[in-house]
Write a protein that binds this ligand. Structure first.
Ligand code: ADP
Ligand code: MG
Length: 658
């Protein structure tokens, strides 16, 4: 019959700096299924080293290890983890229970790494009943006595129905009474057919076994059978088993274990509330300030846009003359001359054009009593008032009727009003403009300077009055067009350009008129916004970097702190990717919570600002999604190294870590 376990001339040396310790110096051993073996020997004789190799927690430097005839020390780390999970159960002197989890969760932990679906609560309960602890299921390990903890550990070792149980000094930390209880459980398991290999240095504990192996200085010095030898062994020896479970490929994502991972991650985050909060503070503050500032920036941008619109951001100005030569065109009369017909035709482009008005400009000599002022005279259409925000707040705009009848009414700019009237109210007075009497009906709202030009040094009269009574021009100086929406400006320009070329029979390349818009102002505004968002972006980057480093730091601490936990998880079958995932989920869980609290804080702060300071704010969904996404990325990026570090730990070394 094929033996279950075969060790052949196994060597193991440990290197500590310069010196090497030969823990195993050529050990050969054969174990059949169903045996109960005690390994004895003085401290330092190599008992644990051999047990760790048998349990696949460690690999020999030379020699061969076969389970059921299959060589296993050449398997990859993850494959060995699978074998451990599948066929081995471990009981350690220090119990190695995870203290944050309830007893039942501890017992079913190996199932997370088993790749099978289900929550396995029933299995865990059954094993706890077996060790007489079903009534302590929901307690945490530190509410139990040492003996009880070791019984929980045995229940955990049994939950996957392993064929072998490895126990390293299982009673080493227990008193006589508890030791006896544990040994009776192990004996019972042996009678059920489990193969048990136990390390002990106490003779009365070894007495429970049916075969006692004694070691000295890394070699086996005696191997004796007791109590009728392999009496039990033969019956159980036939039981078939597989090293790997059939479909153990399934990743945690598929196996439904991922939910368990999330729960575990949050359990561990919550277990260190203050620490977790402090470590996500950087991310929290960063995200909050970015959200608040983006809301403010967006609010300011919208407010500016609104203001710009009221000033006429959708305005086009169509003028005769080349676009290349600013002002009037030079040369052989190459200037398009516009009439009211052109205005009407442009206004008829209904989907693109909201309003159109012609203007003429000229010089105006304004006289009131003894005061004389030379200013710009603007003849304007009725729509001009609204389009250019020239409707007076003091007085009124002229009516359509006044426009038709070429009425002699005028609206003056504040500069003109000041020069001619000082502080007196000019509305209702009569002035002479180019020696014609005009009645002043309003004062145009102040506009300030545009470049070197004083926009308030102006007199506005009805277009018809200007053309036919004052200046005597037949043609318009220009046409103002209000486009229906800012997005249509380019479209409108093209349409108007085509229309004018058609009406005036101009060639494509005739350069006798030009259409200008306010894009310069808009460009300026958008570049301001760009600078601002770059500034915000760098603040975000810096705070996320700092926050991320904080997370990395705390994750590294966490990995160190939980080295033994990692070792235990690996011992019961966690693969590298499982450990990696656990720590990544934890890091992302932290940064994501920080991000979400940060978003909430940021929104809160911007609402407070708008409420108390009256600032315009606009929180965009985009910034929220971006911030959340970034906090997740930060967690992934900065969690990666600690997670890798954890995943690379060797099970034995991690378990021994103090
Ligand atoms: P036992 O379990 O019989 O007391 P071990 O197998 O633990 O003995 O150790 C055998 C020898 O190997 C001892 O001398 C011990 O100091 C050494 N040893 C064990 N583990 C390590 C290790 N990780 N690094 C260095 N030396 C070790
Ligand atoms: Mg030992």
């Amino acid at each position: 019959m094929r033996p279950l376990i075969e060790l052949q001339d196994v060597h193991r040396t440990y290197r500590i700096g310069e010196s090497t310790v030969h823990a195993l110096r050529g050990v050969s051993l054969t174990v059949r299924q169903g045996e109960f073996i005690a390994i004895m020997g003085a401290s330092g004789s190599g008992k644990s080293s051999m047990l760790q190799i048998l349990g696949l927690l460690d690999n020999p430097d030379s020699g061969e290890y076969r389970i059921a005839g299959q060589s296993v020390n050449t398997l990859s780390d993850d494959e060995q983890a699978g074998v451990r999970n599948n066929v081995a159960g471990f009981v350690f002197q220090q119990f190695h229970l995870l203290r944050r989890m309830s007893v039942v969760d501890n017992v079913r932990l190996p199932h997370i790494y088993g790749g099978l679906k289900g929550d396995f609560r029933r299995e865990a309960e059954a094993r706890l009943a077996l060790v007489g602890l079903e009534h302590r299921m929901h307690h945490t390990p530190n509410q139990l006595s040492g003996g009880e903890q070791q019984r929980v550990a045995i229940a955990r070792a049994l939950v996957r129905d392993p064929i072998m149980i490895f126990a390293d000094e299982p009673t080493g930390n227990l008193d006589t009474k508890n030791s006896a209880e544990i040994m009776n459980i192990l004996k019972g398991l042996h009678e059920e057919g489990k193969t048990i290999i136990m390390v002990t240095h106490e003779t009365d504990i070894a007495a429970y076994a049916e075969r006692v192996i004694t070691m000295r200085d890394g070699v086996i010095v005696s191997d004796e059978k007791r109590k009728g030898g392999d009496r039990k062994g033969t019956a159980a020896a036939e039981a078939p088993f597989a090293l790997h479970a059939g479909e153990k490929k399934g990743s945690l994502w598929k196996s439904g274990g991922f939910g368990g991972f999330m729960a575990q991650a949050f359990q561990s985050i919550l277990a260190n509330k203050i620490r977790s909060l402090l470590s996500v503070l950087g991310i929290l503050v960063g995200v909050a300030s970015v959200i608040a500032m983006m809301a403010l920036g967006e609010g300011a941008r919208l407010a500016m846009q609104e203001q710009l619109r009221s000033m006429g951001s959708n305005l086009l100005s169509v003028r005769g003359g080349s676009a290349k030569i600013r002002g009037a065109a030079q040369g052989a009369g190459a200037v398009a001359r516009f009439t009211m017909r052109d205005v009407e035709a442009i206004a008829a482009l209904r989907s693109l054009v909201k309003n159109a008005t012609g203007v003429v400009s000229g010089n105006g000599q304004v006289v009131y009593e003894n005061n004389n002022w030379s200013t710009n005279l603007e003849g304007a259409g009725y729509e001009y008032g609204l389009m250019r925000s020239a409707v007076p707040t003091v007085g009124r705009w002229f009516t359509r009727e006044e426009l038709q009848t070429r009425a002699k009414v005028a609206i003056i700019g504040v500069t003109v009003a000041r020069e001619l009237f000082g502080s007196a109210n000019p509305v209702g007075r009569t002035v002479k403009i180019n020696r014609i009497n005009f009645k002043i009906i309003g004062i145009a709202p102040a506009k300030g300077f545009s470049g070197p030009r004083d926009e308030d040094d102006v007199v506005i009269v009805p277009l018809t009055t200007a053309m036919y009574r004052v200046i005597g021009k037949e043609y318009l100086s220009g046409i103002f067009v209000e486009v229906s929406s800012p997005e249509r400006i380019e479209q409108a320009k093209t349409a108007i350009d085509g229309l004018i070329r058609k009406r005036h029979r101009l060639q494509e390349d005739d350069d006798t008129f030009n259409i200008r818009d306010m894009t310069e102002i808009q460009q300026m505004l958008s570049s301001t916004t760009e600078t601002m968002s770059m500034l915000l972006g760098s603040i975000a980057a810096i705070s996320l970097l700092v926050g991320g480093i904080g997370i990395m730091n705390i994750m590294l601490v966490s990995v160190t702190e939980r080295t033994r936990e990692i070792g235990l998880r690996k011992a019961i079958g966690a693969r590298k990717s499982d450990i990696m995932l656990q720590f990544l989920v934890e890091a992302v869980g932290m940064t994501l919570s920080g991000g979400i609290i940060g978003v909430a804080t940021g929104v809160g702060v911007s609402l407070l600002l708008s409420f108390f300071a009256g600032w315009a704010v606009k929180t965009s969904l985009y910034s929220i999604i971006l911030a959340t996404l970034f906090s997740v990325m930060t967690g992934l990026f900065f969690g990666l190294w600690p997670a890798r570090k954890a995943a690379e730990l060797k099970p034995v070394e991690a378990l021994r870590y103090e």
